[in-house]
Design a protein around this ligand. Sequence first.
Ligand code: HEM
Ligand SMILES: *[C@@H]1O[C@H](CO)[C@@H](O)[C@H](O)[C@H]1NC(C)=O
Ligand SMILES: *[C@@H]1O[C@H](CO)[C@@H](O)[C@H](O)[C@H]1NC(C)=O
Ligand SMILES: CC(=O)N[C@H]1CO[C@H](CO)[C@@H](O)[C@@H]1O
Length: 333
Amino acid sequence: MAFRSCLVRLLLPMAALLLLAASSPAAAQLVAGYYSKTCPDAEAIVRNETEKIIAAAPSLAGPLLRLHFHDCFVRGCDASVLLDDPNGGNKAEKDAKPNRSLRGFGSVERVKAKLEAACPSTVSCADVLALMARDAVVLAKGPSWPVALGRRDGRVSSATEAADSLPPAFGDVPLLAKIFAANGLDLKDLAVLSGAHTLGTAHCPSYAGRLYNFSSAYGGADPSLDSEYADRLRTRCGSVDDTATLSEMDPGSYKTFDTSYYRHVAKRRGLFQSDAALLADATTREYVLRMATGRFDGVFFQDFGESMIKMGNAGVLTGAAQGEIRKKCYIVN
Ligand code: HEM
Ligand SMILES: *[C@@H]1O[C@H](CO)[C@@H](O)[C@H](O)[C@H]1NC(C)=O
Ligand SMILES: *[C@@H]1O[C@H](CO)[C@@H](O)[C@H](O)[C@H]1NC(C)=O
Ligand SMILES: CC(=O)N[C@H]1CO[C@H](CO)[C@@H](O)[C@@H]1O
């Protein structure tokens, strides 16, 4: 193991250099070990800091994973999600409705400050998000995957764009598939990455529509939601206006990255319509039911890493001509 990781540490930077040399700047790609020369401790700094953050607040693992997802789906993985509205208003990506429940901004800023102290203006905020998402999953007992690096930070962030590009909680598979396809992700990725809902919590307005006033039949509830479970959720989430109550998407193990999310979905206890929708399409349904057996945890871990790598490639800015390396993640240079 030690030998293997040693070898990997030697070989990956070499492969990275070869790739860099082979590709023209215009077609620059993300590469493993991108900072091995310019900031050799970059990945260790991120890992060490993320460890401290999660040790102090285990519930941040989900939000850190979600930040990378929201970043990648709007303008590509360019850390636009971290920017404040430059005019002090509420027109930035993070101010968009689906984004208003995002957390973890302070933690990202703290890690970025450590990186700036070690290697100024070198490691992009977009790469920090990709690394922290991976490390958060590992710390929640989930899989690890190699994160190729070299993303650069964008200079634009827009609330309206975020509202249009992010999948809504009420999405059905055709809509979700369309939004995923725009980011180079297919139906399998949709089934796999929805498994991220094994971590974290949701605010009542994200699912209250399924409990109240959904349809005049079924007493106003969403018929695709297990009725006993709906009763239980109603005791927690009193109305569509309740913004204080939190519920887990994977009750019982919402701090552990595992396949139990799929068992809830298979029992018609997925929290969002988008979770329930996975049962309505043959491809996603097959995946949910297979993972729900609990006999394919290793497959899910492998799949999740592969889909995260794909997501992390979405619309990236690379090469000196594109974007910048922000000094602070909430403001352009
Ligand atoms: C399939 C489309 C998706 C939809 C419709 C969706 C929707 C949502 C919603 C509505 C919430 C709750 C927000 C709140 O009320 O606080 C949430 C939370 C979360 N989502 Fe998703 N999501 C999707 C895909 C993803 C993906 C691809 C990831 C990551 C790879 C992800 C990771 C998370 C995490 C970790 C949380 C919990 C955050 C926390 O604890 O604060 N989601 N999602
Ligand atoms: C990370 O933490 C490990 C273990 O505590 C330590 O040995 C290492 O020097 C740290 N690395 C950096 C770059 O902070
Ligand atoms: C119920 O739904 C109808 C039609 O969509 C809407 O006009 C009404 O405001 C909703 N009521 C509540 C309490 O959300
Ligand atoms: C980072 C950020 O802008 N977060 C905001 C999200 O929305 C809530 C209100 O819903 C604000 O309180 C946060 O400041």
